[in-house]
Design a protein around this ligand. Structure first.
Ligand code: ATP
Length: 390
């Protein structure tokens, strides 16, 4: 039941370059905010600073409006769930969940009510007498979540809570966390993950931190917005390459001409393509990168397209990823190399070396200037409302 406000927050360990630079963020009460970014970008550090487990080197942290920089963790009104559950092995599920309230000298009857209510929500009622070692990974993580819930914190902090679970349990627990947030909707939640599917599905808002190729900007905010904003309107090449799987394909070229609703691009490989992008701020001849997501491509020649030999394919049953030879001028971050990835529905089969036409619809194209900054796309922002069945 509290907002979280970060103002010019900064973190450096000793004399090392900062790991968090000038982060400004306002998480209103009840919002689910997900921190994502490549390994080492500083997302856990940022979360731990909110929790009070890591000192803040500069800037201000406010929770519920109150300055928290020097307030000890126990007095911040936050509850944290870690990747490694951190349960007491000698205590039962019930005792683990009741522990924090016991320390706070809450009345035993109230503790009992809260533990049983949380256990019911998390479907742990039949397991209350068990010790953690007699539980599955998913059940242990539910106990850790239950322990956080009973404290009724204003802020929930999750640090990669699903990364020790197998694929099926991850999906199930992800769904449970989303449901819990909806049911306990007044609490604000910050959730750290490097899994962008978790980020896309759970977040009201995603904060993506820079790292790696964005040297000198490590630990700064690359983009902050709703999941679909980051997907449809990435600010720059880094965000475009990070959000989406397989990653966006990039084709290099130069701008030929620009009108308010269309840019014409000549690729280094010679083809001329259109993009529904306003590129009028660039001079003609300016270097540009055209981006196209694998799921936005088609196979065939009925739209503008490029033709490339097939290198490789991955058949997933419901779809097939075709890896096409990108040539020197292009590369896909998916492979880190020079392949372009096209996604075809169903299970298609292509003979290695055969040349295929990959259609690149102008309305689906992204365009970036020579500094990697995105040009404005002209796609409509509306969601398609599904009609109710009769
Ligand atoms: N105690 C420390 N002393 C010095 N550097 C540290 C310390 N803790 C973390 N770092 C550095 O801070 C940076 C950010 O680390 P952090 O754990 O926050 O990243 P992350 O984005 O959560 O990464 P991952 O996804 O791999 O967990 C890393 O470069 C890390 O090496």
């Amino acid at each position: 039941m509290a907002s979280i406000e970060l103002k010019s927050v900064f973190k450096a360990y000793g004399d090392n370059p900062p790991v968090i630079r000038d982060v400004n963020l306002n998480i209103p009460q009840g919002e689910f905010c997900v921190f994502v970014g490549p390994s080492g970008c500083g997302k856990s550090t940022l979360l731990r600073m909110i929790a009070g487990l890591e000192e803040i080197s500069g800037g201000e942290l406010r929770i519920g409006g109150a300055l928290m920089n020097d307030v000890p963790p126990a007095h911040r009104g936050v509850a944290m769930v870690f990747q490694t559950y951190a349960l007491f092995p000698h205590m039962s599920v019930y005792e683990n969940m009741a522990f924090g309230l016991g320390l706070a000298k809450v009345d035993k009857k109230i503790i009992d009510e809260k533990v049983r209510a949380a256990a019911k929500v998390l479907q742990l009622d039949a397991l209350l007498d068990r010790k953690p070692k007699a539980l599955s990974g998913g059940q242990r993580q539910r106990v850790a979540i239950g322990r956080a819930i009973v404290r009724e914190p204003g802020v929930f902090l999750f640090d990669e809570p699903l990364s020790n679970l197998d694929a099926a349990l991850r999906v199930q627990t992800r769904f449970e966390i989303a449901k819990l947030h909806r049911d306990f909707g007044r609490a604000s939640t910050v959730y750290v993950t490097h899994d962008q599917v978790e980020a896309m599905t759970l977040a009201d808002r995603i904060l993506l931190l820079n790292s790696g190729e964005a040297v000198q900007r490590d630990g700064s905010v690359a983009q902050c917005g709703s999941p679909l904003e980051l997907y449809h309107r990435p600010n720059n090449l880094f965000v475009a390459g990070f959000i989406g799987s397989p990653k966006m394909n990039f084709l290099r070229g130069k701008l030929r001409s620009a009108t308010p609703d269309q840019a014409t691009i000549e690729l280094h490989s010679g083809e001329v393509l259109q993009a529904a992008v306003d590129a009028r701020r660039l001079q003609s001849g300016a270097p540009v990168t055209l981006g196209i997501r694998p799921e936005d491509t088609r196979l065939g020649t009925d739209e503008q397209h490029i033709v490339r030999p097939v290198q490789w394919q991955e058949r997933l049953g419901e779809s097939t990823y075709l890896y096409l030879d990108g040539g020197d001028a292009e590369h896909s971050l998916a492979t880190g190399g020079d392949a372009l990835v096209a996604k075809a529905p169903g299970h298609v089969h292509a003979v290695s070396g055969h040349r295929l036409a990959m259609a690149i619809p102008a309305r689906s194209a992204h365009l970036f200037d020579e500094h990697g900054r995105a040009l404005e796309r002209l796609i409509p922002d509306t969601d398609l409302l599904l009609p109710e069945a009769a």
